[in-house]
Design a protein around this ligand. Structure first.
Ligand code: HEC
Length: 130
């Protein structure tokens, strides 16, 4: 605590981080596909954050079908179900998928290039629960 006493600015850093993530999630739900800048503040050691970014993206664009009893193969309601499909996701979210339809299947609009890049980056970094 003495760190905080000596340096009041430090107190605001966690508060700011908390509010920036809360705001990002609210905006993602409201606006659909996120802009590339959302959740940048939540990158963990330079990596795209699952908890702040990927989870929100999947909620907005994938979960209505990829849930128990839904049309999509795979249950994307939690981290493990998404992680299990990370080998297939890159091919499916880009043009000319190796088989079946491009995702999200209710597109167009499909994911913007900037959003695809973030999904690929998260997968290439090992699809962490970060
Ligand atoms: C409107 C419903 C719908 C939405 C929204 C949707 N999907 Fe799908 N998804 C499907 C259906 C149906 C299939 C099976 C048919 C096919 O592969 O084309 C599928 C198949 C897949 C597969 C292949 C799974 C396998 O085991 O073969 C992946 C990966 C996938 N979707 C990822 C996604 C991602 C990522 C999103 C969000 C960006 C998404 N989907 C959004 C309906 C949907």
């Amino acid at each position: 605590m003495f760190l905080f006493k000596n340096n009041p600015v430090l107190i605001f850093i966690p508060v700011l981080i908390f509010f920036s993530c809360t705001k990002d999630k609210a905006e993602l739900k409201k606006e659909g596909p996120p802009s590339a800048s959302y959740c940048d503040s939540m990158k963990t050691a330079g990596k795209v954050s699952y908890k702040c970014y990927i989870d929100s993206l999947v909620t907005v664009r994938c979960r209505k079908c990829h849930k128990p009893g839904g049309d999509g193969n795979g249950d994307f309601t939690g981290f493990n179900g998404i992680k299990a499909k990370t080998g297939l996701i890159p091919g499916k979210i880009q043009a000319n998928p190796p088989n079946g339809d491009r995702m999200p299947q209710d597109g167009p609009p499909y994911l913007p290039d900037s959003v695809i890049a973030k999904m690929l980056s998260w997968i290439n970094d090992g699809a962490l629960n970060n």
